[in-house]
Design a protein around this ligand. Structure first.
Ligand code: KG4
Ligand code: ZN
Length: 375
């Protein structure tokens, strides 16, 4: 019998209904239902459509995850849920479901941060995160360099995008090229057959006086769109593969350059890359090359764990339990703009509230630790 916490995680911040189950740092189930096809014709995620899809997918996806893991809901040591950041209505479906299951089963509830989850998920792939870890977090809504000495309590922003997120730039350029939504995977595919040096697109915020760890992708996006428009206006064919490869190179060149520099400046010998854009094949290859040259160990989870999923939420929830973090109170709410510096969301009653009048099984809930869970 292992003493590692068995945790179910629920993720509904955007268009994926993710339910994962982990035991400590071991992945047992990763069930995802995506509504991406329902959004494709709009060229982006439609919040109301996402919320309704989460509602419909929630119970079947939880059942599927439990079956895949071969565990019973009664055996869980906690239920973790993304409390933010993300789409308010979509988050609310996950938070409500997590509360309902936690309350009905008599289990502690953990509200966690989506961004910290994108980092913590790597524990399922490569074991415990070194402390400190430098993390390059690149998704559809965020692009940040974060330094963390404890993923459940200490996430320090070193730099972030001042305009668009990296994933957003991929999505926008794919739209201009009429390649559909989401743009990252399809640009990644086209770029493999293109020349990354064909067109010299700008590298944002890389001048000597620019902030060392901040990013900007809006100038690049405009430059690429203008280049394409000029070709079309001249009646020339747009070399889609070369544009995709040259654009992608501009993004990953800046991301990896700044991440390696931050590691060197801070004396950190591990770099973790997480978030949907970390699935990008060229980002993974260039990061590997540059980290090796700088003597830095690179950790990137497999692509399926980079894009949104429930296992990452379960991974952070399990870490919360293992480190004895307090459970969230029953008034936990969804916070669409939850700051990256709050990995753990206690709810407004703090440690006091869980266990008030919910019958047996809740007495220990407000001070969960490995010891009292398994005693
Ligand atoms: O983390 P994620 O799944 O959702 C958010 O939290 O935003 O990230 C989604 C983003 C989208 O912008 C998508 O285009 C991008 O990740 N993405 C990629 C790749 N796969 C997904 N970007 C570049 N290359 C990929 N292979
Ligand atoms: Zn994400």
């Amino acid at each position: 019998m292992t003493d590692e916490p068995l945790v179910l995680g629920i993720e509904t911040s955007c268009d994926e209904t993710g339910v994962g189950i982990v035991r400590g740092t071991t992945l047992l189930a990763d069930a995802v239902a995506s509504s991406v096809d329902e959004h494709a014709r709009f060229g982006g995620v439609v919040p109301e459509v996402a919320s309704r899809a989460h509602l419909e997918a929630m119970v079947p996806t939880i059942d599927r995850a439990l079956k895949e893991a071969g565990v019973s809901a009664r055996d869980l040591d906690g239920i973790a849920v993304t409390a933010g950041p993300g789409l308010a209505g979509a988050l609310l479906v996950g938070v409500s479901a997590a509360k309902a299951y936690a309350y009905a089963l008599g289990k502690p509830l953990y509200g966690v941060n989506h961004l910290a989850s994108h980092i913590c998920v790597d524990q399922l792939e490569h074991g415990a995160l070194p402390e400190p870890t430098m993390a390059l977090l690149v998704s559809g809504g965020h692009s940040s360099l974060l330094l963390s000495s404890d993923i459940t309590s200490d996430v320090r922003p070193m730099g972030a995008t001042i305009d668009d997120a990296a994933g957003e730039a991929f999505d926008k350029i794919a739209r201009v090229l009429n390649l559909g939504f989401p743009g990252g995977p399809v640009i990644d595919r086209y770029a493999r057959e293109g020349d990354p040096d064909a067109i010299a697109f700008p590298r944002g915020l890389t001048g000597p006086r620019d902030p060392a760890y901040d990013f900007s992708f809006s100038g690049l996006k405009t430059a690429v769109a203008r280049w394409i428009e000029a070709k079309r206006a001249a009646g020339e064919e747009v070399p889609v593969r070369d544009v995709a490869a040259s654009f992608q190179e501009a993004v990953v060149d800046v991301l990896t350059r700044k991440a390696v520099r931050a590691c060197k400046d801070e004396g950190v010998d591990h770099l973790m890359i997480g978030g949907g854009v970390a699935a990008n094949s060229r980002l993974r290859a260039l990061a590997q090359e540059r980290c090796e040259a700088a003597g830095i160990r690179l950790r990137v989870p497999r692509p399926k764990l980079c894009t949104d999923n429930g296992a990452m939420v379960a991974a952070l929830g399990a870490e919360m339990v293992a480190r004895g973090r307090s459970a969230s109170s029953w008034d936990l709410s969804a916070d669409s703009s939850l700051p990256v510096t709050d990995p753990h969301v206690p709810g407004s009653f703090g440690d006091e509230s869980q266990g008030h009048g919910h019958g047996h099984g809740h007495d220990h809930v407000h001070e969960v630790s490995k010891e009292n869970l398994y005693s």
